[in-house]
Design a protein around this ligand. Structure first.
Ligand code: SF4
Length: 409
């Protein structure tokens, strides 16, 4: 039986209380970080571990945002929490529902920056596509986000907060004092395929996913989380060892010459380096295949020769392939391949033994389909220190380049 998401009016701005700068936001802190923060706020050391468990369950299992409602805590302790902390999520600026049920949320984070989050309901599952950066470090030429310069990385709180605000909208938190009406999760899967390159914001993504997987809270299985990278080779192995989720690779081309154009990070980590890292991926197995994403661009990367080269490239890697019909966006330099061409391409992969489903475009009518996300937040002429200061975030590390350091772009 499929749990159907509640239908509520469209584009409903939800006013939220603005973050209190002098109060630390508990959302996004890992357990050790919350432990230290509670002690720093006056929690006796010997109680801290228990308090972390209690507060964690209220925030991530029950979805409670008001310390006053945390009834298994003494009143004075609730007061102490309210004095030092907040429970803040990104603000939902607008919410659009597509004719096919896909939902797109435009959310605002500290500093007034905006990112997009997409919910895709399907038969027996619901996938939430979340963002990890405002804009993107990279400039893949088929991707709308790639035309938006990186403004900043999201914090762990802003990443896990996307899951929590979608649960709010879908009414997926347990109702106080009532047994859950339906065990089926509306958000059964989370994919890091929204705006940004997650591996260029590794620590925040790692912490947010560890919070999401924690069994006392949202408790989403690591195998229900997929991180998609365009190929940041040095961080690929860490995804397995420090996050443990499934891996997807934005491949999109089968030669260095073509991938340098479509996925420019290929110039830094060409195909041989990328595939060496994938063949050494610690979690590689038939039950945990790597997903190769391949956007179908008309007369660019969709020939039979491309399909055969793709089979050769991934040989020996437990893999599945997602063919993504290109979703056009204003000013896009490409067209979607014809369906017959996409079908012929899929047949070659299928005959070579690879499941290669063609991803059904979802939410096109609300610009929510793959590669269509872009927020209005444009990077002004401010540098990242000014942006961090404005958002009240810790100053990013100053990179001191060695005078003899080679010039890499
Ligand atoms: S495909 Fe991913 S990595 Fe490439 S520009 Fe778009 S968001 Fe960034």
């Amino acid at each position: 039986m499929t749990a159907t998401p509640p239908i509520t009016p469209e584009a409903m701005p939800i006013p939220r209380k603005l973050p209190q700068a002098d109060h630390k936001n508990l959302v996004g802190l890992t357990r050790p970080q919350m432990h230290d923060a509670l002690i720093a706020a006056g929690t006796p050391e010997k109680q801290a571990r228990m308090r972390v468990n209690q507060v964690w369950q209220w925030i991530y299992h029950k979805g409670v945002r008001d310390f006053g409602a945390m009834t298994n805590l003494a009143k004075d302790y609730r007061a102490l929490l309210a004095e030092h902390f907040t429970i803040d999520l990104p603000e939902v600026v607008s919410r659009h529902v597509s004719a096919d049920g896909t939902r797109k949320y435009l959310v605002r984070i500290a500093g007034g920056h905006e990112v997009e989050v997409v919910y895709i309901p399907e038969e027996g599952r619901g996938t939430l596509c979340i963002s990890s950066q405002v804009g993107c470090t990279l400039t893949c030429t088929f991707c709308h986000t790639g035309t938006q310069r990186l403004v900043r990385n999201l914090t762990a709180g802003e990443i896990v907060g996307q899951i929590m605000l979608a649960r709010d909208d879908l009414g997926e938190w347990p109702e106080p004092g009532r047994a859950p009406k339906d065990e089926t999760r509306l958000i059964s899967n989370v994919v890091l395929m929204g705006m940004g390159e997650p591996l260029y914001n590794f620590e925040a993504v790692r912490d947010a996913m560890q919070i999401t997987m924690d069994g006392e809270g949202i408790s989403l299985s690591r195998r229900r989380i997929t991180l998609s990278t365009s190929g940041v080779v040095p961080e690929i192995g860490r995804t397995a060892t420090e996050i443990g989720c499934l891996l997807a690779v934005s491949l999109h081309a089968t030669t260095d010459e073509m991938r340098n154009k479509l996925v420019p990070i290929n110039r830094k980590y060409p195909l041989d380096q990328l595939f060496a890292a994938l063949r050494a991926y610690p979690k590689l197995s038939n039950s945990e295949r790597i997903t190769f994403e391949y956007v179908m661009l008309k007369d660019v990367n969709d020939s039979d020769a491309d399909a055969r080269r793709l089979v050769k490239l991934i040989q020996g890697i437990p893999a599945k392939i997602n063919l993504i019909p290109f979703n056009e966006w204003p000013g896009a330099p490409y067209e979607r391949s014809d369906w017959a061409r996409i079908q012929a391409f899929a047949d070659i992969l299928y005959k070579a033994g690879y499941a290669s489903p063609i991803r059904t475009p979802r939410g096109e009518d609300i610009m929510a389909a793959c590669g269509q996300l872009k927020s209005a937040t444009e990077r002004s002429r401010k540098n990242r220190f000014e942006i961090a200061a404005e958002a009240g975030l810790p100053q990013p590390e100053r990179i001191v380049r060695r005078p003899d350091a080679p010039d890499v772009h």
